[in-house]
Every structure is written in structure tokens, then in C-alpha cells.
Design a binder for this molecule. Structure first.
Ligand code: BGC
Length: 727
């Protein structure tokens, strides 16, 4: 049967033709112009950029590879990970907050909700799965990932992918080594094979194994080649070693520079506009710098992926009213509460400062107390119109609330003195951290075409005129200008004004609780001892206030755990240079670096308090190597307090090579009733213990003695150790 339309290809697959053969058949029937058309975004560059700057980013997805003549719908990309960026959607807590839940099931439900909203908004591909490892908390986009540990990041990213891919294609980003923001368009990351495969890539492999449809390359270069045109990453690792079958897209606008090199290296689609390839690929093909086989291979990958996901993408989309639907807002509230990390909860007059008595009077102070603070103002921004601040949340949860914006610390202190408890809301906004587009390197502006094709512009404008209305939230007006301004942090401290406010309020009210809104670690040593209570509620999404209030009054018992270490001092961490032109990534950051240098963290990786207490009795811990392979770790979690709660059991492993960093090998979030005991079981496939052999460019099978530790955080003095021998 001849395959000349997407419908034919679909029918052929139903009749038993392999997806690859059906895709090849369709591609063979396409004209050369159609095949080239599929290799970049469908929109004109200049008109696209103009619309981007005036809110277009939130109004319609970016199309690519749409070929009407043959019924190829192609892709329509919308961003994440905070939610669906098109339309007035639900803003969920940022990914780092969700990382703190250590709960893949919850993350999968969030993925399902975001996926439904994306489809309803007209998208079928999303860049919501951002999983670069947090190498340093100053990274401006820290909030978009899940933490500093590749295993934790991989498990949560895989869960999000599962949830999303019930509705849309997921795209995992940014491949690879994109853990700095201001320098992202220019920095070259040097990384050796061991650090690359053991620290910077395992989570990408995890998402590929989960069946992700698409990968987005990074802006930065890796070992001297731009990630968007790196054969080493895009073909040798992604395709040949991992067997990835989907398609690769570039990061936006400056994600690749050379038409031919990008195609031959394995980058399938240049996003989002007709830009570099549209100008230069035809000539490069003439010259033989790239071949039509290269072109067809990329088109086949797109068509094959659309065929593979045909059932998902052909299923009816939810109505647009699903955007911001009550059930998604309820989930956002659950996630906001479940992500609040309780870091400190000292007693005042014999009683822990938290939970609050709902009949208490609470002074809510600080410039962020009544601010909608969703996080980054760049590509992850969600235009949610129904957001509830901390002040809103507290007003609904406790009897008496007073409020002061904290602009005058003395005035705020006197308001605090008049209340039973003071809650100081401090931290950052999109002005302090987030995506960053600074002045553009002149080498990059040369990539722009001289002009757009007028016919394309006319089509683009007609499509824009037909879009569903999307309302711009008022808070956007607070920006000093530009698409995104935050960038990498210059310090891990709070702003001076926040520190002054904490000091003033703490001196006025012994029951002071500090709530930190931030995307990653904040150094607290200079003020932490002054207050009995500290919580980190992140950028908590549209229900940030109610979710935090649920925890503060004890309706939700805190169960979140830090997805990174909080250092006592910034100098305890490896260096970070936001203006670097080259940088070396090694195996030592976060808790590994602190352990190696013998430095105690202020709060360790995996740490978080509860309103109850837990024990993992050592006598119950067993570690066995099952006959069919995995290492099986079992034991019980005992709730020794008087509230029901959830604990997160963490399994770590020291390798026979004592020079190698210890690894998080598995974890289990366990709900335990007050006074009860609940068993846990963590399975660790042995390949999770493998190490990279740089000479063989392959994984070395694990052999030797491993020390397996069952702990409640990475520096747990009550941890239980067991040894296993692998032969
Ligand atoms: C960001 C990506 C994002 C893309 C499209 C880029 O600037 O780096 O994370 O997916 O824009 O919004």
C-alpha cells in the first residue's frame, strides 16, 4: 500500500507495518521542500520575535513540522515546568518544591494535570521536564529542576514524564550540562567521561528509558562543541548508547549555530523559527556538507514519534475550561503544602512554635507576605489569574491576622509584638533569580536572517488573530522590562532588608517563624538561631498561601525533605562564576563536596522535620542481593510521636572505590500512623552501582564490597550500615 499521507502511515501501522517503515514510506513521498520544512520551527523569525515580546509566548504554542498537504500535524510546543504556559492555566509550585516532596506519585499526578491543560490549550509537546542537576544553588534556574542529586532528579522527572505523556509528548531538557544561567549562550563546560556519565547524564538516561518523546539540547558547549551540534552527545550517547528513538529539538533561537553540523550531529529540529537552517541548509546540501540522508533521518524520527504516540495525540482534548479547573487548584494546594520543608521548630515556653494554634493571633510581615510570587519570569512563567498569597492563606486559617509590609522594620516589629506569633515572609522574586537574557553576543546576532518571507508572516498573523483570548496578569507590570531578568544569584544570603526585618521582628516576638520563598538553598547562619521556626515554602504556585497555612496550623503534617544541602556558608561550596567563559564540572558538588571536605552542612541533603518523630530501627534493616539481581533493602519506619505523618527513608551506597562519591540509591516515602510501624522495601537494580570505565566508554559491572546505608538524611547519625559483596 502506497503511503502518501499521515493517515496512510497510521493505517499501515494498524495493519502491521512497523512504525519505522511507515515513517520511512511517508518521508519518501514528501517533496524536498516539505522535508526541509520539517527541520525547523514553522514561524518566521522577526515576526515571531515581535510577538514573543508582546505576550505571544503565553497565547499560542510554537509549531514545527506541520505539513498540511499530507495531513502531518507536526508538533505544537508549549513550555513548563510550573504548569501550562499557554492561556490562563494553573500555576503549580516550581519543580524544586516538588523535588522536596520526594514523591514521584504526586509528581505524576501533577504531570497528568499539566498535560491535560496543555492539550486543551492546543499544545502537543511540552518542555516541562527540566532536569539539569543543581550544581550550585546560585544557578538562576535552580527552581526549574528537582535538586542536586541525579537519582532524585531522575525519579521525579520520570514521574512527570509519565503523567504528561498520557496527554502530550514530553521533551526533556537541557541536554546537557546546563547548570549556569547568565553564561549559558557562551560557556564551555569541560567534563570528563566519568563525571559526565555518573553525575550529569544518568537522569537523562532515566527519562529516555521512561520513553520520553523528545530531548532539547542545551545552549552551552560541552568539551568544546555546542550541545546543539554535538555528535558526542546527540548521536554517540543519546542514540547509539541509550537507544533513544524520539526526536531532538534545539533550545530557542541560539541553540545551534551551524546548519550542516547540527543536522549531521543529530539535532533534528531547530527551534523555534525559520532561522539558521532556512538560510543555510540548502546550500550546505549542495556543497555536500550534509546529505539528504541526514535530512530524511530527522524527518523520519519526527513522523515515527507522532505515529508512536498517535493514540495519545488523537484522543479528544479536554475543554479549555480545564485550565485552572478546581481539581487542579486542589492539587496545587496539596503540592504546595506537601513541599514545605520544616527546617527548625524550637520550643518556646516548653512548646514547639509550630504548629500554630488556629485561635492564635498572627502578624504576617514582609514585602513578600502579600505578593503573588510564582518564581522565574522567563520561559516557565504561567499566567495564572487566581493566586493566593501567604497573607490570604493565613487569613483563612487563623483567627486574627495583622499585616505589615516590612518596609519599616521598627513598625513591623511593633506589629509583631502585638501578636501571639510573627510570620516573616522573606526571600527572592524573579528579579533575583530565574531565566536570563542579557545583552546578546554579536556572534549570535549574525544568526538572524535579513528578513522574513512575507507570505509566512501573513499566515502567522492570520493564525494569531484567531487565537483564544488570554489575559495578562497585573503582576507583569512590576517588571523593569525585558523577557526575563533574574539570572544567577550573586549571593546565597537573603537581601539585607530581609535580614534586618528578621532581626527586628525576632527581637520583638519570641515566637517568630521565618518562611523563605526561593528556588534553592539560602544561607541562614547569620540569623537562624534568632528565631524558633524556619520553613522553606519555595515559590509555591497559585495556592502558595493556603498550602503554607495548611502546614503552619497542622492540618498537613510536614513531610518534605531538602533536595539539596544548605551550607553554613557560601564558601563551603565549590566555586560559581556567573560570567565564566569556561568551567569544569566534576563529581563533587552539593553533599558530596561537603562530605569530602569534612564540612558540616547547616541542613543536610534529605533533611526535614515533622510534627511527629520517626525511627528506622537498625535491627529491622536487612540488605540482601536477590537471586534475580537487585539489592533489596527492607526495614520498618516507626512513628514515635503522637501525630500521623510521613517519613522518607533514604538508601545510600559507598562504592568499593573509596575515592568515588557516595550515591543515593533509592528512597521510599512511608506514611505511618501515630505510634505505628510500617515496613518499607527499596529495590536497587545492581546497575545503579556501576561505575563508568572511561577507557572502555562503557559501564563497569559492580564488583567488590559496598556499604549500604539506610538513613533519614545524608548526614544522619542514626543511620544503619550493612555491607554486601558483589562478585
Ligand atoms: C529556555 C528553554 C525553553 C525555551 C522555550 C529557552 O530560552 O532555555 O528552557 O524551553 O526557551 O521557551
Amino acid at each position: 500500500m502506497a503511503i502518501t499521507t499521515f493517515d496512510d502511515a497510521r493505517a499501515a501501522v494498524r495493519a502491521g507495518t512497523s512504525i519505522d517503515d511507515a515513517a520511512a514510506g511517508l518521508v519518501a513521498s514528501m517533496t524536498p521542500e516539505e522535508r526541509l520544512w520539517c527541520l525547523d520551527g514553522d514561524q518566521p523569525t522577526w515576526a515571531g520575535l515581535g510577538s514573543l515580546g508582546s505576550g505571544g509566548y503565553h497565547r499560542s504554542p510554537f509549531p514545527a513540522a506541520q505539513v498540511e498537504r499530507i495531513g502531518l500535524d507536526g508538533v505544537a510546543f508549549a513550555d513548563g515546568p510550573r504548569g501550562c504556559v499557554i492561556g490562563n492555566a494553573t500555576a503549580f509550585p516550581v519543580s524544586m518544591a516538588r523535588g522536596a516532596t520526594w514523591d514521584p506519585d504526586l509528581e505524576e499526578r501533577i504531570g497528568d494535570a499539566i498535560g491535560r491543560e496543555l492539550r486543551a490549550a492546543g499544545a502537543n509537546l511540552t518542555g516541562a521536564v527540566c532536569i539539569n542537576v543543581l550544581r550550585h544553588p546560585a544557578w538562576g534556574r535552580a527552581q526549574e529542576t528537582y535538586g542536586e542529586d541525579p537519582f532524585l532528579v531522575g525519579e521525579l522527572g520520570a514521574a512527570l514524564t509519565r503523567g504528561l505523556q498520557g496527554h502530550v509528548l514530553a521533551c526533556v531538557k537541557h541536554f546537557a550540562c546546563n547548570s549556569m544561567e547568565n553564561a549559558r549562550f557562551t560557556v564551555d563546560v569541560t567534563v570528563d567521561e566519568v563525571a559526565l556519565h555518573e553525575v550529569y547524564l544518568p537522569h537523562f538516561k532515566r527519562i529516555v528509558d521512561e520513553g520520553v518523546a523528545s530531548v532539547m539540547s542545551a545552549y552551552n558547549s560541552v568539551n568544546g562543541e555546542w550541545a546543539g551540534q554535538s555528535r558526542a552527545l546527540l548521536t554517540d550517547v543519546l542514540r547509539d548508547e541509550w537507544g533513544f528513538e524520539g526526536f531532538v529539538i534545539s533550545d530557542w533561537i541560539f541553540g545551534m549555530r551551524d546548519a550542516a553540523t547540527s543536522v549531521t550531529a543529530g539535532l533534528d529540529v531547530e527551534m523555534p523559527y525559520r532561522m539558521v537552517r532556512a538560510q543555510h541548509l540548502p546550500d550546505a546540501l549542495e556543497r555536500g556538507d550534509a546529505s539528504w540522508d541526514d535530512v530524511d533521518r530527522s524527518v523520519r524520527r519526527i513522523v515515527a514519534t507522532l505515529l508512536r504516540f498517535d493514540e495519545v495525540l488523537s484522543a479528544p482534548a479536554s475543554p479549555r475550561s480545564i485550565l485552572g479547573a478546581p481539581e487542579h487548584r486542589a492539587l496545587a494546594r496539596e503540592a504546595a503544602a506537601r513541599s514545605v520543608v520544616l527546617l527548625r521548630n524550637e520550643s518556646v515556653d516548653g512548646t514547639p512554635v509550630l504548629p500554630l494554634d488556629p485561635s492564635a493571633s498572627v502578624a504576617v510581615v514582609g514585602r513578600l507576605a502579600d505578593r503573588v510570587n510564582l518564581g522565574d519570569g522567563g520561559s516557565s512563567d504561567v499566567w495564572d489569574l487566581d493566586c493566593h498569597t501567604v497573607l490570604d492563606g493565613l487569613r483563612d486559617a487563623v483567627g486574627t491576622v495583622t499585616h505589615d509590609d516590612g518596609s519599616d522594620p521598627d513598625r513591623a516589629a511593633s506589629v509583631a509584638a502585638g501578636a501571639d506569633v510573627a510570620l516573616v515572609v522573606v526571600g527572592y522574586t524573579f528579579l533575583d533569580e530565574g531565566e536570563y537574557i542579557g545583552s546578546t553576543d554579536p556572534a549570535l546576532t549574525k544568526l538572524f536572517p535579513p528578513a522574513d518571507d512575507p507570505e509566512l508572516v501573513a499566515r502567522f498573523e492570520a493564525a494569531n488573530a484567531a487565537l483564544a483570548p488570554t489575559e495578562q496578569p497585573e503582576r507583569i507590570g512590576e517588571r523593569p522590562g525585558g523577557f526575563s531578568v533574574g539570572g544567577d544569584r550573586t549571593s546565597l544570603r537573603l537581601l539585607d532588608e530581609d535580614v534586618a526585618l528578621i532581626r527586628a521582628v525576632a527581637a520583638a516576638n519570641p515566637r517568630t517563624v521565618v518562611a523563605i520563598q526561593a528556588g534553592s538553598a539560602v544561607v541562614m547562619s547569620e540569623w537562624a538561631e534568632l528565631v524558633p521556626g524556619i520553613v522553606q515554602p519555595w515559590y509555591g504556585g497559585c495556592q502558595a498561601g493556603p498550602g503554607l497555612a495548611d502546614v503552619l496550623v497542622g492540618d498537613v503534617v510536614p513531610s518534605a525533605r531538602l533536595p539539596f544541602s544548605v551550607p553554613a556558608d557560601e564558601s563551603d561550596l565549590p566555586p560559581f562564576d556567573r560570567d565564566a567563559t569556561s568551567f569544569t564540572y566534576d563529581r563533587w558538588h552539593g553533599w558530596w563536596h561537603l562530605r569530602r571536605t569534612g564540612t558540616a552542612p547547616a541542613y543536610p541533603f534529605g533533611f526535614g522535620l515533622s510534627y511527629t518523630t520517626f525511627e528506622v530501627p537498625g535491627d529491622d534493616v536487612a540488605v540482601e542481593v536477590a537471586s534475580d539481581g537487585p539489592v533489596v533493602v527492607t526495614g520498618t519506619v516507626r512513628n514515635t510521636g503522637d501525630r500521623d505523618g510521613a517519613d522518607v527513608v533514604q538508601v545510600y551506597g559507598r562504592l568499593p572505590d573509596t575515592e568515588a562519591p557516595e550515591r543515593l540509591l533509592g528512597f521510599a516515602r512511608v506514611e505511618v500512623p501515630a505510634g505505628g510501624s510500617v515496613p518499607f522495601r527499596v529495590e536497587v537494580p545492581v546497575d545503579r552501582l556501576a561505575t563508568r570505565d572511561p577507557a572502555a566508554h562503557a559501564w563497569a559491572a559492580p564488583k567488590g564490597t559496598y556499604v549500604i546505608t539506610v538513613a533519614r538524611h545524608a548526614a544522619d547519625p542514626a543511620a544503619t550500615e550493612r555491607r554486601i559483596d558483589l562478585v
